[in-house]
Design a protein around this ligand. Structure first.
Ligand code: NA7
Length: 542
């Protein structure tokens, strides 16, 4: 049935996370009547949903923050080097209030379908709340890690105790005191939450499929003097982030890891250890392109694990051997490896004894059943494409996004898909976002989209669409750059390989946020080659 109410807007944004809120701010700045629909009952996106104990950003707070407002960045005071989830959520809510964004957000509403009306040049968008929108522009700010996934084993619904997913954590505090807890998954979420749950639980059993590389966060309270000093030079620092590879300023490497002595290399790795997420990866020019060079960094981390974990067998099980360092997102932790030295913490190697099923009483591997009271899935997300393909997106001539992407996502700049006019993705597949400080990528994408729309509207055009040639060219460029690295060697969510049946394809752009921005700026300066501007055939009746 057709919904009773259809709201006409200039732009509809899907998702009120850090991307959607800034998009709303920019579109309003252009005078466009804009609504954001958001599935959660609050703003914040990732930082609204991921409330598990220990949830924290792995990029420093002074860098993982908006740069578009000097007043905001000068006035907001961060308390720690790495911000916790509650602190980031407070920041997002502050931004929503400060820029008057809340009245543009419809909460507790999920977009279910979006159909392009080619004659009118508009999107017809329906939601699960039973309402609909008629929008000229449709911006997907749906996030890269927003579709939580649970293991593909029988019985996940049969467990009689409490079940949690890190990406859908309850709002009220969960108390694990005195309980037997299972955690499945050792990605960033698992590695952050395991030491915290171990503090409370009577028994903690961790089910690990693939060990990950983790480095100490070395988190600490921010010294007010240091914060003030950073803010004094914020412009320069932001600029350095924007022109960097990963969106975090680091000194560019000049040497191969293989052309220096073992002692010199160790000293360099030691200096980068515990400094930030990207230092170790950025120490040498060839760490992500040459397996032998990469092995030196991988072995450095494995040595740290052996030095920390007292049981040599546990240390070996925790040591990644299958994938090169950095090709799955490395983690930052607080006491992760040391947690396995505690008597009540146990590690189960699912490579040796695979997960067979979830039972009413707990977890069964090929070897035995583990009885627990609570089950925590830290099993990640259907990344990058999951949230987009959950929506029935139908473009020109009845083409669906699901069919177009059946063999993996193809995009122009990660922003548009040919045949889907006026549909924009913020941090879409083919953009550098997931390999970067998200805030740097989000601001760049949002600014590009807003500037492009201003350019179109100034010329009286209301339809913007990537050309098929530009999409093919960009997708090929993303592939070539990716295949020159070690990233495709890992079974990572960047590759889609954490979701059975998903096409295996490196979905991120590893050319760096600096190079990407330069390319986008150049396109904008040249009138957006690769994008076609037009007016709809039938101008809607007034
Ligand atoms: P991740 O990084 O995708 O980690 C998920 C973990 O769950 C990972 O260890 C997976 O093992 C494991 N997993 C997933 N499915 C299964 C099944 N079926 N059986 C056993 N184990 C499984 O998600 P996170 O939430 O930790 O982090 C997501 C991103 O957020 C992170 O990369 C940062 O960018 C921030 P696998 O490695 O697939 O063998």
């Amino acid at each position: 049935p057709r919904p009773a109410t259809v709201t006409t807007v200039d732009a509809l944004v899907v998702g009120a996370g850090l991307a959607g809120l800034y998009m709303l701010h920019r579109l309003r700045g252009l005078g466009l009547d804009t609504v954001v629909v958001e599935a959660g009952d609050g703003v914040g996106g990732t930082w609204y949903w991921n409330r598990y104990p220990g949830a924290r950003c792995d990029v420093e707070s002074l860098e993982y923050s908006y740069s578009f407002s000097t007043e905001l960045e000068q006035e907001w005071e961060w308390t720690e080097k790495y911000p916790t989830q509650p602190e980031i959520l407070r920041y997002v809510e502050h931004v929503a209030d400060r820029f008057g964004l809340r009245d543009g957000v419809r909460l507790s509403t999920s977009v279910t379908a979006a159909h392009w009306d080619d004659a009118r040049g508009r999107w017809h968008v329906t939601t699960d709340a039973g309402d609909a929108y008629d929008a000229e522009q449709l911006v997907m700010a749906t996030g890269c890690l927003s579709m939580a996934k649970t293991p593909e084993v029988p019985g996940t619904d049969s467990f009689a105790g409490r079940t949690f997913h890190t990406g859908h954590w309850p709002h009220e505090k969960v108390d694990f005191t005195g309980r037997r807890v299972a955690v499945i998954g050792t990605g960033s979420s698992g590695i952050q939450t395991i030491p915290m749950i171990a503090e409370e639980a009577a028994e903690l059993t961790v089910f690990q499929r693939t060990p990950n590389f983790s480095m100490p966060a070395s988190n600490r309270p921010l010294d007010p003097a240091d914060q003030a000093e950073r803010k004094r030079t914020y412009r320069e620092h932001r600029q350095a982030a924007r022109t960097s590879g990963f969106g975090v300023p680091v000194e560019a490497a000049t040497q191969s890891a293989l052309e220096v002595s073992d002692a010199e290399r160790d000293a360099r790795y030691e200096a980068a250890w515990g400094v930030n997420l990207v230092g170790l990866l950025s120490s040498y020019t060839d760490t992500i392109v040459d397996r032998a060079a990469n092995d030196t960094a991988a072995e450095f981390v494995r040595r740290k694990i052996r030095e920390t974990v007292t049981d040599p067998q546990v240390a070996e099980t925790l040591s990644p051997r299958d994938h090169p360092f950095g090709t799955k997102r490395p983690c930052l932790d607080t006491n992760y490896y040391a947690t396995y030295n505690r008597d009540h913490v146990h590690l189960v190697d699912l490579k040796a004894t695979p997960l067979a099923e979830i039972t009413p009483r707990g977890v069964r591997t090929s070897e035995r059943e583990y009885e627990v009271d609570d089950l925590v899935f830290a099993t990640g997300f259907d990344a990058m494409t999951g949230a987009l393909l959950a929506i029935d997106v139908v473009g020109r001539d009845g083409a669906t996004l699901r069919e177009r992407w059946a063999d993996g996502p193809t995009t122009n700049l990660g922003l548009q898909v040919a045949g889907f006019p006026n549909l924009w993705m913020i941090t879409g597949p083919g953009s550098p976002s997931v390999l970067s400080n998200m805030m740097v990528s989000i601001e760049q994408h949002v600014d590009f989209v807003a500037d492009c729309l201003a350019y179109a509207h100034d010329r009286g055009e209301t339809v913007v669409e990537s050309t098929p040639e530009a999409e093919t060219e960009w997708t090929e460029h993303v592939r070539v750059v990716g295949e020159a690295t070690l990233y495709p060697q890992a079974n990572s969510w960047y590759m889609g390989s954490n979701v059975p049946g998903k096409p295996r394809r490196f979905m991120a752009y590893i050319g760096g946020v600096g190079a990407y921005r330069e390319h986008c700026d150049d396109l904008a300066a040249r009138g957006y080659p690769g994008f076609a501007f037009s007016t709809p055939r039938a101008v809607p009746a007034p």
